[in-house]
Design a binder for this molecule. Structure first.
Ligand SMILES: [Zn+2]
Length: 559
């Protein structure tokens, strides 16, 4: 492709709304263009990258035995009748001219399940995994970070249907392998992590996270390969031998206007790990007080799952009064009508400080026998330096962008939509389902986050819009232009992955644009053209070598 013939424009400045590298660079290089908040057009080079990315995904999905179809974007709202409230305002709802309710598909579990229900009746037709690469719509209030969190985005979503759990396990493993293969081929530095599964049960949901400082998720990782998001990461507790420790008697102490741990530390002159922090929540089961060591945080998702509830919220002052306490001074002594859950760490504590359920008072020298605890559980947030549950070494924290999520759904949708098959005995059974997503447009921006420098993007060859960009230093110099065109013609004979910048711009502008676009190799045809030499620049390192044009042409396809 000759750049003079392309629909193409670069910008020196990024849009004011762009906060992250991928958003800035994709817009500046003219790969994408914002049409409205969270809505983007893909321009020629952006579209080329997108199509190559889709093809990598497609190849691996097909290799794994999944079958591609395409569902409509516009769907009757009744398809989602079972969870229309769950979507709330994030679903784009509309009506046609007859007043019938429609929506723009936010995710496709139901449409796929209806399709399967209509087409599959017997165990002989199972298992099957279908997928599509399709636009999705969510009315994100916080649309930001360009393609990272958009209102219209591109997903690869797949759905597997099996006769039993072991079948689902196999389908799930195939997808896990395919995903690993996809992100490896893309050259991404990623980590699969155990993810929270809500109250549906654990161990059956894995997120694929691309490591990036701008990532919205915090991950716990270990060199041994362990990975989990903080909502799911397990704690390893030391067990402290309390034999021989002198347990003192609890003592009420006046702590006027002292509410935070920091204030307590300076007021009582003890360290945060000698406090027990008590936090009150409300949920379907009533009011809950969670206890954690003063220097640790409660992981609310772990607490929620442990309680087996869906809605866990901070308790109000009224809720706290109703259990016989006072905000800022909550303890676990003499509370009423409450469930008290303590982090396992509390078992290792003695002679500690805790709120006295009385304004401006704490107890000190408190011990376990003084407290009413309903049960102990792992409810604390894992932090860097904690022991790895797999190998025992200290874990690290990294931030990540979620690019894929695979999930064992079981019968959640097949039961709701009556999606059954006849087993070998002619008996009706519910199909067992899994779902598997890749944020395609989000992966594209994650690729830029991991592959850029101060000059621009650095595309891995597998998705680069072109492999080579030829830049003519002086477009008015006939020798240079002729040699550049000659090289271009010889290379495009075999492969159209070559871009020729023949625009009537200065060399500086053209070279800056080439570095911004981030094609893996840049070939500068300049003064050396008279002697048949050219300069090859590797975009990732900006390393330059002078080579003869003939050698370059004969070696190009081995590069
Ligand atoms: Zn480990």
């Amino acid at each position: 492709m000759k750049l003079s013939n392309m629909f193409f424009k670069t910008y020196r400045e990024a849009p004011a709304s762009a906060e992250i590298n991928s958003h800035k660079l994709l817009v500046r290089a003219g790969f994408i263009k914002q049409m409205g908040n969270g809505i983007f057009s893909y321009l020629p080079m952006g579209l080329k990258v997108l199509e190559k990315l889709k093809n990598v995904i497609r190849e691996e999905m097909n290799n794994a035995g999944a079958i591609e179809i395409q569902m409509p974007i516009l769907l009757p709202q009744e398809v989602y009748a079972n969870r229309i409230n769950t979507f709330g305002n994030t679903m784009y709802k509309l009506q046609d001219s007859t007043g019938k309710d429609f929506c723009l598909g936010p995710t496709h579990e139901e449409p796929f399940t209806y399709l399967i229900k209509d087409n599959i009746t017997s165990y002989k037709q199972l298992p099957v995994t279908l997928y599509q690469i399709q636009n999705k719509y969510r009315d994100e209030i916080r649309a930001r970070f360009g393609l990272q969190r958009a209102k219209e985005f591109i997903m690869k979503d797949a759905y597997s249907y099996d006769t039993d759990q072991s079948g689902l396990d196999k389908s799930f493993d195939k997808m896990k392998k395919a995903y690993t293969q996809i992100f490896t081929r893309l050259g991404l530095d990623f980590v699969p992590v155990d993810a929270d599964n809500g109250v549906m049960g654990g161990g059956s949901s894995i997120e694929f996270m691309v490591k990036a400082d701008i990532g919205e998720d915090e991950l716990i990782v270990c060199d041994c390969g362990y990975g989990a998001n903080t909502e799911k990461a397990e704690s390893v507790y030391d067990s402290v031998d309390l034999g021989g420790v002198e347990l003192k008697s609890k003592e009420l102490v006046s702590t006027p206007s002292v509410k935070t741990i920091e204030e307590l530390v300076s007021f009582l002159g003890v360290s945060p790990d000698q406090f027990v922090k008590a936090i009150a929540y409300t949920c379907e089961k009533g009011t809950v007080v969670a206890l954690v060591r003063g220097d640790r945080e409660i992981e609310e998702v772990k607490l929620r799952n442990n309680l087996g509830v869906n809605n866990l919220q901070m308790a109000t002052a009224e809720d706290i009064a109703a259990i016989g306490s006072v905000p800022g001074f909550i303890g676990a002594i003499d509370l009423k009508n409450v469930i008290v859950v303590a982090d396992n760490d509390i078992k290792n504590m003695y002679n500690f400080v805790i709120g006295a359920n009385k304004l401006d008072y704490h107890y000190k020298n408190v011990n376990l026998m003084d407290l009413h605890i309903d049960y102990f559980a792992d409810i604390r947030k894992v932090r860097a330096g904690d022991k790895c549950p797999k190998c025992g070494k200290p874990v690290k924290t990294v931030r990540g962008i979620e690019v894929g999520h695979i999930f064992k759904l079981g019968t959640r949708y097949t039961k709701a939509l009556e999606c059954k098959y006849l087993d070998e005995n002619g008996k009706e059974q519910y199909m067992i389902m899994g779902c598997y997503g890749i944020g395609v447009s989000r992966t594209l921006s994650a690729l830029v986050e991991q592959n850029c420098d101060e000059h621009g993007m650095i595309w891995p060859e597998i998705v680069a819009p072109y492999k080579l960009e030829i830049v003519v230093a002086n477009g008015k110099d006939e020798t240079q232009m002729n040699l550049a065109t000659d090289i271009y013609n010889k290379l495009i004979d075999k492969n159209d992955d070559v871009l020729l910048d023949d625009r009537k711009e200065s060399f500086g502008v053209k070279l800056n644009d080439a570095e911004l676009i981030g094609v893996p190799y840049i070939l500068v045809v300049g003064r050396g053209a008279a002697n048949g030499t050219v300069e090859l620049i590797k975009r990732s390192t900006l390393q330059k070598v002078e080579v003869s044009a003939n050698d370059f042409i004969s070696n190009y396809h081995k590069m």
